[in-house]
Design a protein around this ligand. Structure first.
Ligand SMILES: *Cc1c(COP(=O)(O)O)cnc(C)c1O
Length: 383
């Protein structure tokens, strides 16, 4: 390899253009309908309802906003408590902190990195209202145990399913267990429109109020369906509708989902096959997927033995122009988390894993040659 032609960098992520994205965005431009709930939004809703089996799915401006809608629908009040994993994205928690509720952080399982269902019951108090679950990397939480606890204590279950679209637990779709679940179409997710999300309503009784909250607290959705002759302010709400331009992009992605998923599966499985011997011999952990779970190949991660080894690995990959990255820092130890009583040692598995986890590039058009470069660079690393 000559000095004048260095290999191009391999990014951590590149959003997919998998099908008719450009064509559909042109159509949206030509349609004269750029605001929310146009023809492309309707097509996305229909596809997402068919995929999830939910009676209603509503596109939102982000998963963050879908979570906010979910927490509005739960009617949380100041002083309420919500149980959540300490190892997740801030949006899972902000959504109910915005309503005045307190997070009660629970540690994760060392195998799937999902909330440890064996620790949930001890975290319940008379103020607990809901259980916020995250299916990390799209591998399901232990749903039968968690749903039984929720039922026993009368808790609502909301699944932050940002990673788990197309994932299953014993054949049941992730996101279909709780009363509500949320999806993300941020550019780092399997399917994207840049910034976007969806609220999946598994409980039909929530649909009418969800439509109102999404439309600034008005009953405009009913007006558009001709069910009332004028619309008005009937509840609290905000503006959670994405532009139909973004829905056009997402529509093309949803249509291309099998292609996108097949490609990601090949990349994920390729890493796992190619790295197994090296990782096992080096004391490096690979993702553990229980036999009863199928996952959508969202994240491929490694667990280095120490923080020092992870720091060195990330630096060596960077020198090879490969962008790998760590993941969530423990939420209970963040500045905000400490305001809610978070302290070191409270969630030892989360604290340990956060220091050791490395995510590898996984994206739609990662070429076989580039993936081979990643594998080769890893193989040269000595713990
Ligand atoms: C990406 C992500 C979110 C936020 O998604 P946005 O669409 O960017 O708001 C929330 N929760 C989890 C677990 C995520 O991975």
């Amino acid at each position: 390899m000559s000095e004048s032609s260095p290999l191009p960098p391999i990014p951590f992520n590149r959003p997919a253009v998998a099908g008719r994205e450009r064509e559909y965005m042109e159509q949206a431009l030509g349609s004269g309908h750029l605001s929310g709930d146009g023809a492309f939004t309707a097509r996305c809703h229909a596809m997402l309802q068919a995929i999830t089996g939910a009676p209603k799915v509503l596109l939102t401006t982000s998963c963050t906003h879908a979570l906010e809608m979910a927490m509005l629908l739960l009617g949380l009040a100041p002083g309420d408590e919500v149980i959540c994993p300490a190892f997740t994205f801030v949006s899972s928690v902000n959504a109910f902190v915005l309503r005045g509720a307190r997070p009660v952080f629970v540690d994760i399982r060392p195998d799937t990195l999902n909330i440890d269902e064996r620790l949930v019951e001890a975290a319940i108090t008379p103020r607990t209202k809901a259980l916020l679950l995250v299916h990390y990397a799209g591998v399901g939480c232990e749903m039968p145990a968690l749903m039984a606890i929720a039922e026993r204590h009368g808790l609502a279950v909301v699944e932050d399913n940002a990673h788990g679209l197309f994932g299953h637990y014993r054949g049941q779709a992730l996101g279909s267990f709780g009363a509500m679940s949320t999806l993300s179409f941020h550019e780092t997710k399997n399917l994207t429109c840049g910034e976007g999300g969806a609220l999946v309503l598994n409980d039909g009784a929530l649909v009418e109020r969800a439509e109102i909250i999404r439309e600034k607290g008005t009953n405009r959705s009913r007006f558009y369906r001709g069910q009332i002759d004028k619309y008005t302010w009937v509840d609290v709400g905000s503006s959670y509708l994405p532009s139909d331009l973004l829905a056009a992009y997402l529509c093309a992605q949803l249509e291309a989902r099998e292609l996108v998923q097949a490609r990601r599966r090949a990349i994920w499985d390729g890493y796992d096959r190619a790295l197994a011997a090296w990782a096992d011999a080096s004391g490096i952990g690979r993702p553990q997927v229980p036999a009863h779970c199928s996952h959508p190949s969202h994240i491929y991660y490694l667990l280095l033995p120490t923080l020092e080894a992870r720091t060195r690995l990330l630096a060596e990959l960077r020198r090879a122009l490969i962008l790998a990255t760590f993941h969530y820092q423990p939420l209970h130890l963040s500045d905000m988390g400490r305001l809610f009583g978070g302290r070191a040692g409270q969630c030892p598995v989360t604290e340990d894993v956060a220091d050791r986890l490395v995510r590898l590039p996984v994206y739609f058009d990662l070429s076989a040659a580039d993936q081979a470069r990643v594998v080769e660079a890893l193989g040269a690393f000595r713990v």
